[in-house]
Write a protein that binds this ligand. Sequence first.
Ligand code: FES
Ligand code: FES
Length: 165
Amino acid sequence: MLKFVTDEDGVKRYLVSLKVNGNAYTKMVKANSLLVNFLREEIDLTGTKKACEQADCGACTVLLDGKPVNSCMILTINVDGREVTTVEGLASNGKLDILQEKFIEHSAPQCGYCTPGILMSAKALLNRNPHPTEHEVREAIAGNLCRCTGYVNYVKAILDAAENQ
Ligand code: FES
Ligand code: FES
């Protein structure tokens, strides 16, 4: 049971503790706080994008305990005690993740709005299946809509990353 306080207007705020990209955060949030808004507005991780806010586009994809999820569909109070990885968590020690390197090499992003979500779906795929087929790559990013419709270079970049990781 989460601890909560009630303000003078009768609104409850819940005490939530979670890890994001390895860093621990403890914050008071309203019951209706969405994870995507928590990431962007409460802890300033704006790499995760928000577009449809109804689980259609995948722009808000993050890893929750290693699995890709639409963060616009998750309540922050349900992430208490869990681990989130966002696009800001992919690079380590100043070095880009191989997926980020290959996305650049293949000029995969166009406007780039869908890119963080596609990176996170691709990361989850390579974590569970280091040598995917093209079909498996396309399936893994099927929930990520690119309004610039540039899927071909994303697929090439992910396959290249898989070969060179
Ligand atoms: S913003 Fe979450 S799926 Fe579109
Ligand atoms: S690169 Fe523009 S939405 Fe995908």
